[in-house]
Design a protein around this ligand. Structure first.
Ligand code: FUL
Length: 473
């Protein structure tokens, strides 16, 4: 008899692309919603705004980038164009841009300043280019609009150095002539691949999945291996459209189980499509004075961090700059305190020089001790019988610990479905956590305990288990 059902073997064989592996390491990065809405106090602009309204008197992208760098964010995604069609760079293909404003005498380019600032502070830069454009005449006419969109995309892909991602929004409404556009998604993807082959394409794109809400949480079991239809851009767009009463069949991004056995059993095509949690620091995506009281607290942000980065998703935190072009002091303060909290929380990995043992391994190259080697490519492999496999960490001495960070060697796929974590207390193994998936990263938090030994037990897995990260803080 076969040991594993075919569909489980198939799911176990799905692997990330190189670009997805690289993106995964970013973990935490910022969104900057900045544009004409910043000056009209709105969230969705009409497309009829006067470009002269755009007048940031003290635009300071270096402040943005420095803040992100200091707070452990690995990059910035800037709204180069939102639904109103106003471009933050002097696009050749429209006059609805910074070039028509009085800012810097029409010679300014926010995309350039932001890209340069990111480079200066050693973080990555990515762009958001809304397909929905309420200003552009050709919107809703088919190919003519796609040509226009691809031209703008090409300007951004070729003019600003390396981009780590392109964020394609799902919102698709009517344009200025009351028509909706059917986007030629494949053409957009091909354009990104052609000019920026390392960039991941997010949301309405094949590389990174929207977690399904804007509240800052992901699922308890956030699988990176899911049915292919979750990446179909048209369905994602329709599912995100509040005017669509019924979500299209087979895609409901808020569904609780996307990748568990039940969810994948009858699906003949699976893909590697990991989750991103996008959430704003304030109520709105753009800056509004009246949102001052909605700035999230340090406690809330910390919880969001652990519920995303600590649960096999990445965190995209929106920090909306003010009309002046700077980030509000209140926002700066709380983001810096989040950075400081992360410094404290992950100050020193006490497992670094420890000893790890296992009760089974594939071969001598994949023994538990390999996990503690610094390379991502050295890992423990259970061999073909993962259930009941145990890994024991011996810190060599007793330390105060309140977090264990685990990670699967995702280059070989995602396998673990259920695990338990124990600590040796008073001569007995005491359970600290019982969870489902691990994936790229799972942070287990518990009340601080003084201890020397920790144990991970794999209760349920697909065809094997492979762990490359085991840290103690
Ligand atoms: C949504 C947009 O409609 C919002 O304005 C915002 O940009 C958010 C990140 O995505 O679909």
């Amino acid at each position: 008899m076969k040991k594993y059902p075919d569909y489980i073997e198939y799911a176990a064989s799905i692997k990330p692309s190189e670009r997805q592996l690289e993106w995964q390491k970013n973990e935490f990065y910022a969104f900057m919603h900045f544009g004409i809405n910043t000056f009209t106090d709105s969230e969705w602009g009409s497309g009829n705004e006067d470009p002269e309204l755009f007048a940031p008197e003290e635009l300071d992208c270096r402040q943005w980038a420095r803040l992100c760098m200091l707070s452990h964010m690995k990059g910035i995604i800037l709204t180069a164009k939102h639904h109103d069609g106003f471009c933050l760079w002097p696009s050749k293909y429209t006059d609805h841009s910074v070039a028509s404003s009085l800012w810097k005498g029409g010679k300014g380019d926010v995309v350039r300043e932001c890209a340069d600032a990111c480079r200066e502070y050693g973080i990555k830069f990515g762009i958001y280019l809304s397909p929905w454009d309420r200003h552009e005449d050709s919107y809703g006419t088919g190919k003519a609009y796609d040509d226009f969109y691809v031209n703008q995309l090409t300007e951004l892909l070729t003019g600003y150095g390396d981009l780590f991602c392109v964020w394609l929004d799902g919102a698709c409404g009517e344009g200025k002539h009351g028509k909706k556009q059917e986007y030629d998604w494949q053409r957009y993807f091909d354009t990104v691949r052609k000019y920026q082959p390392n960039a991941t394409i997010h949301i309405c794109g094949p590389d990174v999945r929207w977690c399904g809400n804007e509240a800052g949480v992901c699922r308890k079991s956030e699988w990176s291996v899911v049915p292919y239809y979750y990446s179909e851009a048209d369905r994602i767009a329709a599912a995100a459209d509040p005017s669509v009463t019924k979500p299209p069949k087979k895609i409901n991004p808020t569904e609780l189980d996307l990748g568990g056995r039940k969810a994948i059993k009858h699906c003949n095509r699976l893909i590697w499509y990991p989750a991103e949690v996008d959430v704003s620091l304030r109520k709105g995506w753009f800056y509004h004075d009246s949102d001052e009281y909605t700035v999230k607290s340090l406690a809330k942000l910390t919880e969001i961090y652990y519920n995303s980065v600590g649960a096999n998703a990445s965190l995209l935190l929106n920090i909306p700059p003010m009309p002046s072009g700077k980030i509000n002091e209140k926002d700066v303060e709380v983001i810096l305190s989040l950075g400081a909290q992360l410094d404290i929380d992950f100050k020193e990995n006490l497992a670094e020089d420890s000893v790890m043992t296992d009760n089974r391994h594939l071969d001598d190259d994949h023994i538990a001790q390999k996990i503690l080697e610094p390379s991502d490519e050295s890992y423990w492999h259970s061999g073909g019988d993962p259930e009941g496999a145990e890994l024991t960490l011996d810190l060599g001495d007793e330390y105060d610990i309140n977090k264990i960070v685990l990670g699967e060697h995702i280059r070989t796929g995602q396998q673990i479905e259920e695990f338990e974590l124990f600590v040796m207390a008073d001569g007995k193994w005491k359970r600290l956590a019982r969870e489902t998936v691990i994936g790229y990263k799972r942070i287990c938090r518990f009340d601080e305990i003084r201890a020397r030994y920790f144990k991970l037990r794999i209760n349920k897995a697909r065809c094997f288990a492979a762990i490359s990260k085991f840290e103690a803080y």
